[in-house]
Ligand binder design. Structure first.
Ligand code: PLP
Length: 501
């Protein structure tokens, strides 16, 4: 059986290698031999996830031709990569990329550390800021006033409280997407929504196309549901969705579901434009794939010019209403502690989801639903989200400034919204950084947590949850962690216990 899941052609690998920036050598530094430079280039492509793990590399002769180097150079580079654990080969089966055994792949389960256990640790593990008070308190007080009539019922609302379903439907309608309450189901967070969708559509062994990178906990949820994840690489920087690639993958792999975060993608922060949205829906429809669109971040536009210029929701490009299922959440716009999410879909899909849910959690707590409904029926929601946007914007700008000062070699694009910065760590292993961070007082999730197959070793994700002096201190600790990694961490390291939200 072949050991590889995808292949990189010689011309493609040559293109990727030549697109790598020359890393500046220090004064007086000698150029490495050609085979070493080639091995380093391939290693970096694997670390950065631009060549996936378990991808078959071209035969030595083909790569030599594409790069105009001798076959001996390629053979020596492959041999060096094999010795370092970045390549495995078997006679007759070829060579495929790998990560070294000592290089910890992401832990499968991601567990939030309770706030009281953090001590003096700066927590960059979690992209979930505190509640925008006083709105949490006001919303709960408002909910308490509305509770008495519900107290006389059994309290199980598997599709959600009728009042909140109507409110959410009205909000979609106001965004230009006519929606009836029968098209809404309230869930326990976006996680609850996607869990229900996976159970209904993607049984064991079913394929789900996902952005690569993507949000770690959803990837894990899908793995646990037994799905086979089909990664679709995000384009460089904030360009996001390469629609030729999406069309090809959806056509070739014909996955049951495709999961995308089109509004301020987690972790890259990319925002899909309307053309990308339209083409995504078309590609999904053509392949018979249901497109699950996670709008958890959609209200977190941080650049003021976006206030009246956000692209239409993806479901707005699906007039038939059967190609797209939309997931929303109060977690990022308001507070993750509410655990309120929702699904918008065709009424028959909602009915099936509701029926399936009876075996999971029966329903979502009534008081929290009333609180969100109270916020949305007053100006509380807009006020609260406004506070949240202001905090996130300030934190983003503080973090960006501190990183540029402390870690000028780290590269990132500043997203226009969302809560996360996806940072290329100048060739330093993100997993090692996460380990070293634990020692110097900063928790940070490494890139591979957001990849399907251990890719993105050369990345970390940083959230906009700290600002001011704490952002400065966080960047200083990250720089200390990077120095530790570069000079070798003494005494070995424990497995990283970072977590993400
Ligand atoms: C894209 C995305 N989807 C879903 C979630 C989880 O949302 P919830 O707290 O509503 O379950 C998150 C949390 O970080 C997220 O970033």
């Amino acid at each position: 059986m072949a050991q590889w899941t995808s292949a990189v052609g010689a011309a493609q690998l040559a293109r990727l290698l030549t697109s790598q920036q020359e890393r500046p050598a220090g004064p007086g530094a000698r150029r490495p031999p050609a085979y070493r430079a080639l091995a380093d280039g391939i290693r970096l492509l694997v670390l950065e996830g631009r060549v996936p793990v378990a991808a078959r590399l071209p035969a030595e002769r083909e790569l030599a031709l594409s790069l105009s180097v001798s076959r001996t150079t390629v053979a020596a580079a492959y041999e060096a990569l094999r010795t370092e654990g970045f390549l495995e080969s078997r006679r007759g089966a070829g060579s495929w990329t790998a990560v070294p055994a000592g290089n910890p792949l992401p832990a499968r389960g991601l567990e939030p550390l309770p706030p009281e256990a953090l001590g003096s640790m700066i927590d960059l593990g979690c992209a979930a800021p505190p509640a925008p008070e006083p709105w949490l308190t006001r919303a709960v007080q408002g909910a308490l006033e509305e509770l008495p009539p519900y107290a006389h019922t059994h309290g199980d609302y598997p599709a959600g409280l009728p009042a909140l379903r109507s409110m959410l439907a009205e909000r979609y309608t106001a965004r230009g997407i006519p929606t009836m309450p029968e098209q809404i189901m309230v869930t326990t967070g976006a996680m609850g929504a996607i869990d229900a969708i996976c159970h209904l559509f993607a049984g064991r062994g079913e394929r789900i196309a996902v952005e690569s990178p993507s949000y770690a906990n959803i990837l894990q949820l899908m793995r646990e549901a037994g799905a086979r994840l089909v990664p679709v690489a995000m384009a460089e920087g904030l360009a996001g969705w390469d629609l030729d690639r999406w069309r090809q993958v959806l056509r070739d792999a014909a996955p049951r579901l495709a999961y995308v975060v089109a509004d301020f993608h987690n972790p890259t922060g990319a925002l899909a434009d309307e053309d990308q949205r339209r083409r995504l829906v078309d590609a999904a429809r053509a392949a018979g794939t249901v497109l699950v669109v996670d709008e958890t971040m959609s209200e977190l536009y941080l650049d003021p010019e976006l206030t009246d210029a956000m692209p239409r929701p993806v479901c707005g490009f699906d007039p038939g209403g059967s190609a797209v299922i939309t997931v929303g959440s109060a977690s990022k716009a308001f507070w993750a502690g509410m655990r309120i999410g929702w699904v918008r879909a065709a009424p028959d899909v909602i009915r099936s989801l509701v029926a399936a849910r009876a075996y999971a959690d029966l329903g979502t707590p009534v008081l929290e639903q009333l609180a969100v409904n109270w916020l949305m029926s007053t100006d509380g929601w807009e006020q609260a989200v406004g506070i949240r946007r202001g905090q996130a914007r300030e934190n983003r700008d503080a973090l960006v400034a501190a990183l540029r000062r402390e870690l000028p070699g780290w590269e990132f694009d500043v997203p226009r919204g969302g809560l996360t910065l996806w940072v290329r760590t100048g060739g330093v292993s993100g997993s090692r950084l996460a380990e070293a961070g634990e020692r110097v007082g900063v928790r940070v999730p490494s890139g591979p947590r957001f990849g399907v197959d251990g890719a993105f070793e050369g990345y970390v994700r940083l959230p906009f949850t700290v600002g001011g002096a704490v952002a400065d201190e966080a960047a200083a600790r990250l720089a200390a962690a990077a120095r530790l990694v570069e000079t070798g961490i003494p005494g070995g390291v424990e497995a990283p216990r970072t977590f993400v939200a």
